[in-house]
Design a protein around this ligand. Sequence first.
Ligand SMILES: [Zn+2]
Length: 69
Amino acid sequence: MGFLKQEHGYTDEQLAEAVKAIDLRDGRLDGNAAKAPPKACPRCQRLNSAKFSRCLYCGAPLPVALFAG
Ligand SMILES: [Zn+2]
């Protein structure tokens, strides 16, 4: 389903700029639009966005970030 990119005529560079613009919404250029830093999977050690509760790669539960209070 790669037709979207082709249809809109975006180049990879333009898409990267768009991602960067989104990333800068929180005032930091750190590759993550969320405030929480990425979490390393306890099983496979790969980094997952803090918004995920399970590893995208191996499905292991990730440590839960506590946002309360
Ligand atoms: Zn994992």
